[in-house]
Ligand binder design. Structure first.
Ligand SMILES: C[S@@+](CC[C@H](N)C(=O)[O-])C[C@H]1O[C@@H](n2cnc3c(N)ncnc32)[C@H](O)[C@@H]1O
Length: 197
C-alpha cells in the first residue's frame, strides 16, 4: 500500500514512511536518507522517460531508489557497501513487490559506470571525513577514502557520453568533473542537476 500511495502522490510524511526501516536506523534517517519529496523530484529529473538506468552511488537502505522506481519511468540500481543495509533494501523490494529496482552489495570502486546513463549522489563518502555522522561500524572509515572514492566517481563520470545526467544532493561537489554543466538548483540549492557536455 505504502508505495502505491507514494506513486499516487498521497501525502505521506517521511517519519511515517521511515517506519518500514528498523528502529536503530530511523534516527539516522534525517542525515542519511533522501526525503520523499526530494527523491521524487530527483528521480523524475534523472529519468523523465523510459530506457534510463539510474545508479544510486551509496544506496543505504534504498529510500531514494525504491521511491524513484515507483515515481518515474526509470530503472534504479543502488550500490551499497554495507551488507546489512543492502539486505534491508532488498527486503523492502520483496515486501512491497517492487520491480524496476535492484541493489548490489559492493564498493562503488568495483562498479564500472558505462552500463548507466543517470546518477544520483547524496554525499555518500562524508562519513570518512566526519566520523560523528557514521551510520555504524560495519565498514572501515578513513579520511583518505573520501578523496579516493570521490576521485573514482569523478573519473568514471568524466568518460561518459554527452547528455549523461547527474543529480547531487548536499554534496561538496568533489565528484563532479569539469565537463559537466550545472542545469538547475532546487531545494535551497542543495539539489543540483548536472549534464555532461
Ligand atoms: C547518505 S547515504 C544515502 C542513501 C541513499 N542514497 C538515499 O539517498 O536514500 C550514503 C550511503 O553510501 C554508502 N557508501 C559510502 N561509501 C560507499 C562506497 N565506497 N561504496 C558503496 N557505498 C558506499 C554508505 O554506506 C551509506 O549507506
Amino acid at each position: 500500500m505504502l508505495f502505491k500511495w507514494i506513486k499516487a502522490n498521497k501525502k505521506i510524511g517521511d517519519e511515517e514512511f521511515d517506519k518500514i526501516y528498523p528502529d536503530a536506523l530511523r534516527s539516522k534517517a534525517d542525515t542519511h536518507f533522501t526525503p520523499i519529496q526530494v527523491s521524487k523530484t530527483a528521480a523524475r529529473l534523472l529519468a523523465p522517460g523510459p530506457d534510463v538506468k539510474v545508479l544510486d552511488i551509496g544506496a543505504g537502505v534504498g529510500k531514494f531508489c525504491t521511491i524513484g522506481s515507483v515515481c518515474s519511468k526509470g530503472y534504479f540500481v543502488g550500490v551499497e557497501q554495507r551488507k546489512g543495509l543492502c539486505a534491508i533494501a532488498r527486503g523492502v523490494c520483496e515486501r512491497y513487490n517492487l520491480t524496476n529496482v535492484e541493489f548490489i552489495h559492493a564498493n562503488i570502486t568495483d562498479i564500472p559506470f558505462e552500463a548507466y546513463n543517470a546518477f544520483y549522489f547524496f554525499n555518500p563518502f562524508m562519513e570518512n571525513i566526519c566520523p560523528r555522522e557514521k551510520i555504524n561500524d560495519e565498514v572501515e572509515l578513513r579520511k583518505e577514502l573520501f578523496g579516493e572514492y570521490s576521485g573514482y566517481v569523478r573519473e568514471q563520470l568524466a568518460q561518459l557520453p554527452k547528455g549523461t545526467r547527474l543529480v547531487t544532493y548536499y554534496s561538496y561537489l568533489r565528484e563532479v568533473p569539469p565537463n559537466y554543466a550545472l542545469k538547475r538548483s532546487l531545494f535551497d540549492n542543495n539539489l543540483k542537476v548536472w549534464e555532461k557536455l
